[in-house]
Write a protein that binds this ligand. Structure first.
Ligand SMILES: *Cc1c(COP(=O)(O)O)cnc(C)c1O
Length: 625
């Protein structure tokens, strides 16, 4: 039976393969000849470079992109290791990335430290050219926005060990209308990191972590699985990357605190999902205890490997601006690893000569989970964890952020700011952004609220180039949008709600609704229904004029033949302020007629044109030149 075969591990491949051609190793990718061709085109920029992905040959027909990459292994002397985060200069404590270690000897955070002197053997232009040459290709593993910066991420991992979905390379969206309409801004950008494999920017870090775990397992290190506590997006990313590599994943989720879309992702990807009746902070505590006892690798952002991937979003922003540095970058913060990851990405570009400064960073928190905001407001004195209250920005509902020290470091060194957003503010900001064509998540609403506040106080200027980091896809958070637009959120005005209009399945009812909609701001509407009889109302031109003058309740003039001509001519003559423009006509004649009428001075001129078709005109106030 087809349905039961889906559940048997041995058989799913039969769904996709012709059973007559046994293929132990599917080579599906060889059917894309353009892959080799496009990677070839990058070789001029990279051939001379010792670290580059120079590809001098077309990929052979039997070869997949991993196999191709094996032929292009280059030796280099780049390296990275774990050191205690923000260690004093005389500290000698360090660990190989192949060790399983999450915290320093004193219990503090770790940081991945690159051999900057080795990287500095090449100048800024070299790195810019190298990174630019890899964008948008399918060369393994550089087609990924993360691994296109491999030398700066995990320089020593073999391409063969990398687990990637070619994440990153997300679009940087010019929020033209949102910026102009709501903020008076000219140069506002949204980095849509959530348009990604699992719908959040957590993919960027997870490809790095799971790749390193893959390497450890190949080195026969006893890692039986990878685990995380999550507010949703981390578990989705972890389970997808683990599934892709065939590594077991275990996720601890706070029951009823994440969206359905986020919950279903690890389930679908085959993770072992524990739904625990606590909040994120409770899950985090439990998994820390569990991973201390069992050979489960800890994938939380406490783990500094992930930040190496997350930081590439910052490098990508610079790259997308042709290595010009924006004035501001606003990031929503929960566990606070990411604000530091952005800092680190910018800082590396600065230190290695790709850019000459870094942007000012803003960390945006939900007021319901705002320990960093309170700390900042208190002049960075006496950090206190808080009990995080429920927030629509559920991925940042964290009261005791593990990376608080990293965040403080990033903000102090980037002349940064912390802002907060109430539930109403973040939901309104999200609705406003959506109304200009975006479809953002509530966390991005938090970041936009921070922008509103900093614009209103004049801290961010109208021409400042500003990037708002959008961290997850709006489709993961549809329930919050449904609640908002249904005005179903207690104590919230939902002032930008746009609920659907219930209407009977009846022509007249639908027309009434649509006329009410379409003629707000329009003064009149003329429709000729030639040969289909007259609308009695339209026969009285004076009455119509009055309606038009009032901008009134009646907007529609239905007529045909000469009566119609009289009506429009009189309207056109009486209301020079207004123009009558054809909206929809069935032949060119009528379109010409429509323009003609706008200039009409007398009836004869108008009626001279033939008029035997159906058409619709809109009477609209002339635009002043
Ligand atoms: C993880 C996450 C954040 C915050 O990142 P932190 O490093 O925890 O501060 C923001 N938005 C979304 C959607 C996330 O998944």
């Amino acid at each position: 039976m087809a349905s039961s075969s889906l559940l048997r591990p041995a058989s799913p491949s039969s769904l996709f393969q012709n059973p007559n051609t046994p293929k132990p190793k599917p080579k599906t990718l060889v059917s894309f000849p353009t892959i080799a061709a496009s990677s070839l085109s990058s070789s001029s920029a990279t051939n001379s470079a010792p670290a580059a992905a120079a590809t001098s040959n077309h990929r052979a027909a039997h070869e997949n992109i991993r196999e191709e990459a094996r032929r292009h292994v280059k030796s280099h002397n780049f390296s990275a290791k774990y050191v205690p985060f923000n260690a004093p200069p005389d500290s000698t404590e360090s660990y190989s990335l192949d060790e399983i270690v999450y915290r320093s000897r004193s219990g503090g955070l770790l940081d991945v430290q690159h051999d900057m002197d080795a990287l500095r053997q090449f100048d800024g232009n070299y790195w810019k050219t190298l990174f630019d040459s890899r964008v948008g290709k399918t060369t393994w593993p550089y087609g990924s926005g993360v691994w296109s910066k491999k030398e700066w991420v995990l320089p020593e991992i073999g391409s063969d060990d990398i687990v990637s979905a070619f994440e990153g390379n997300s679009n940087l969206f010019w929020a033209e209308r949102f910026g102009k309409q709501f903020l008076g801004m000219n140069d506002l950008w949204v980095k849509h990191c959530g348009i990604s494999h699992t719908g959040s920017f957590k993919d960027l870090g997870m490809t790095v972590l799971v790749s390193q775990v893959n390497r450890l397992r190949k080195m026969k290190r006893p890692v039986v699985g990878v685990g995380c506590a999550s507010t949703g997006d981390t578990s989705a990313a972890l389970s997808a990357y683990c599934a892709s590599a065939g590594i077991p994943s275990i996720v601890f989720l706070p029951a009823d605190k994440i969206s359905m879309a986020q919950l279903v992702q690890p389930i679908a990807n085959g993770a072992f999902v524990l739904s625990i009746d606590t909040d994120f902070d409770g899950c985090m505590q439990l998994i820390r205890e569990v991973t201390a006892e069992l050979p489960i690798y800890l994938a939380n952002s406490l783990n500094s490997l992930r930040l190496e991937g997350q930081k590439t979003a910052a490098i990508e922003i610079l790259q997308q601006f042709d290595w010009e540095v924006p004035d501001w970058v606003i990031v929503p913060g929960g566990n606070l690893g990411n604000i530091y990851a952005f800092y680190k990405g910018f800082k590396m570009c600065h230190e290695l000569g790709l850019v000459d400064k870094i942007p000012r960073l803003v960390c945006a928190q939900a007021a319901n989970a705002n320990p960093l905001y309170l700390y900042y407001k208190n002049g960075w004195k006496d950090f206190k964890a808080v009990k995080a209250n429920t927030t629509f920005a559920s991925a940042i509902q964290i009261g005791d952020p593990v990376s608080v020290d990293r965040a403080v470091f990033a903000l102090k060194n980037s002349n940064g700011i912390v802002e907060e957003a109430t539930e109403e503010e973040l939901m309104d900001a999200m609705a406003q952004a959506d109304s200009t064509g975006m479809f953002i998540c509530p966390h991005t609403g938090v970041a936009l609220t921070a922008l509103f506040k900093l614009r209103n106080s004049g801290v961010i200027g109208p021409n400042d180039r500003t990037v708002v980091v959008s961290t997850a896809h709006g489709l993961k958070f549809t329930q919050s949008k449904i609640d908002y637009h249904s005005k179903a959120i207690p104590d919230m005005a939902c002032k930008f709600a746009n609920p659907p209009v219930q209407v009977k399945a009846d022509f007249g009812a639908v027309m009434d609704v649509l006329k009410g909609l379409l003629f707000a701001g329009v003064w009149g509407f003329v429709r000729s229904l030639d040969g289909r009889g007259l609308d009695p109302e339209s026969l009285n031109v004076d009455q119509n004029q009055q309606c038009a003058m009032k901008g009134g309740e009646k907007h529609s003039y239905m007529s045909s033949g000469n009566t119609f001509h009289s009506a429009v001519a009189v309207i056109a003559r009486q209301f020079e302020e207004y123009e009558l423009i054809p909206f929809h006509c069935h032949n060119l004649n009528l379109i010409l007629l429509g323009h003609h009428i706008t200039k009409a001075r007398d009836e004869e001129e108008t009626t001279a044109n033939g008029m035997h078709e159906t058409g619709t005109w809109v009477l609209r106030r002339r635009e002043k030149n």
